[in-house]
Ligand binder design. Structure first.
Ligand code: ZN
Ligand code: ZN
Ligand code: ZN
Length: 472
């Protein structure tokens, strides 16, 4: 097709002052375009921005500030009619702008990792303090972590597909340089198609991220429950018999009488469930001057549990021991809870994690939160070079960008590691509140991530930086 056959007004056939409709691709000349006049009003009496002759806010008569003639496509009535030459001139920057949209999900990755890290920190904190119940926390967090690895991989694969197809499009159109006027239709198509591809890519990522976020949200009640247990453990920790450092669950004080040949107690007691035994800790142990220890009874000594209900004593749970018995008096719902714990211990279901090992492994295997961001930046840079020929300029910039030396990075890394193990020491010894631990370790992780970025710039890949950082 020759230029003259393509570039004529589709209404009257002239080839002068052509305008291109970005919505229906109709080409029309300036005199065939329809027009309408748009007025911009202002109100003399208030600061409202009225859109008619009467101010909607105060009722005054408005005055016309500006008058604008708007071109309208004769075929579809769209307002998006433009000079095709300007469109072609703007094509590289329009295309580039579209490509940069792949970055808008960066913040969603940050949000996701923040929620995940906070949850991991909570579990790790509790495990370090010797609280091992609710193993579903680790189970679910591991699933989240695996899903996040997949999101990174699939999202980066999506980027690479966009890059390859974009590269093809750009090559097909001479790198968007010296494009003849007859091409704007296909280029408008390329632009729109690229936009659609990127929208679909972003939508997919958001969907994946939302799935993991939802999983984390569903885990929140369990996390809060774990936290409650931790608070109670912190309160009574000092009064527990020595060697109790694997707690599965704690029931807050309830009235009971303990009758064993060695010990009689008649008070409200905490019930602490561990791997092998139960500790009944009298509430007065927390106040008394004298040292009162908890009553430690191995599960093997529990013979039978039965519920009784009498007018005189109300609902009670009677636990028959090999020697003696325990009678717990509480409202039925509370007894249900106590029995639920005993039931869990009787069952084959896992009710404890046994050690902080699992959560530490999950933490050190947490996928790299900046992986997508780096890939997106890299891709955007490649397009920028192709579209604007700024390779030379970029090389200049990179030289100026000051990177610390490997040695400096190592020093910073050591410092972070020290801070991190200090936080963990405090958690192990109940010396730091949970939120402080979560915030402190989150900050370390952020610093670690940016250190890792610098490291990868220096070494070309993330080879030598110790990946077991969080495993210590
Ligand atoms: Zn015309
Ligand atoms: Zn007004
Ligand atoms: Zn149109």
């Amino acid at each position: 097709m020759s230029d003259s056959s393509v570039n004529t007004c589709e209404v009257c056939g002239t080839s002068k002052l052509l305008r291109f409709c970005r919505d229906c691709a109709t080409l029309s000349c300036n005199s065939c375009l329809e027009t309408s006049v748009e007025y911009i009003y202002s109100c003399p009496n208030c600061t409202a921005e009225p859109n008619s002759e009467v101010c909607g806010s105060c009722g005054s008569t408005t005055k016309i500030d500006q008058e604008r003639t708007i071109s309208i496509c004769p075929s579809c009535s769209s307002h998006r009619v433009e000079d095709p030459e300007v469109l072609l001139d703007n094509l590289p920057s329009n295309y580039y702008e579209t490509i940069t949209k792949v970055e808008v999900v960066n913040s969603e990755f940050i949000d996701l990792y923040r929620s995940f890290d906070f949850m991991v920190a909570l579990v790790r904190f509790c495990r370090l303090a010797g609280l091992y119940g609710l193993p579903q926390m680790e189970m679910q967090l591991e699933k989240c972590s695996n899903a996040m690895v997949n999101i990174n991989n699939n999202a980066i694969e999506g980027l690479s597909k966009i890059r390859k197809e974009g590269m093809y499009d750009i090559r097909q159109h001479d790198y968007f340089k010296k494009i003849s006027l007859e091409h704007y239709r296909s280029l408008e198509g390329v632009l729109r198609h690229t936009e659609e591809k990127i929208e679909a890519h972003l939508k997919q990522i958001r969907h994946w991220v939302d799935e993991v976020k939802q999983r984390l949200e569903e885990l929140t009640p369990t996390a809060l429950f774990l936290r409650e247990h931790y608070e109670t453990l912190s309160t009574i920790n000092r009064y527990l018999p020595t060697g109790v450092n694997d707690v599965a669950a704690i029931v807050p004080p309830i009235a009971m009488s303990i009758n064993t040949p060695k010990r009689k107690e008649n008070d409200e007691c905490y019930i602490v469930f561990t791997q092998e035994y139960c500790v009944f800790l009298p509430k007065h142990a927390l106040n008394d001057e004298e040292i009162v220890t908890g009553v430690k009874i191995p599960y093997a000594n529990f013979i039978q549990r039965k519920r009784t209900n009498s007018l005189l004593k109300g609902v009670q749970l009677k636990i028959v021991l090999k020697q003696g018995n325990i009678v717990i008096s509480a409202p039925p719902q509370v007894l249900d809870k106590v029995e639920e714990y005993f039931g869990l211990i009787d069952s084959d279901e896992p009710y404890m994690v046994g050690s902080p090992k699992k959560i530490i492994a999950i933490e050190s295997d947490t996928p790299d939160k900046n992986e997508y961001k780096r890939a997106a930046t890299k891709m955007i840079n490649i397009f920028r070079e192709w579209l604007f020929d700024d390779r030379v300029q970029k090389a200049h910039q990179e030289q100026k960008l000051e990177l610390p030396s490997m040695k400096e990075l190592k020093t910073q890394l050591d410092r972070l590691e020290k801070m991190y193990s200090n936080y963990n020491y405090q958690a192990r010894h109940h010396q730091i509140p949970l939120d402080k631990y979560q915030e402190g370790t989150a900050e370390i992780k952020d610093n670690y991530a940016s250190l890792r970025d610098k490291w990868s710039k220096l070494s070309g890949h993330f080879g030598d930086l110790d990946p077991s950082f969080f495993g210590k």
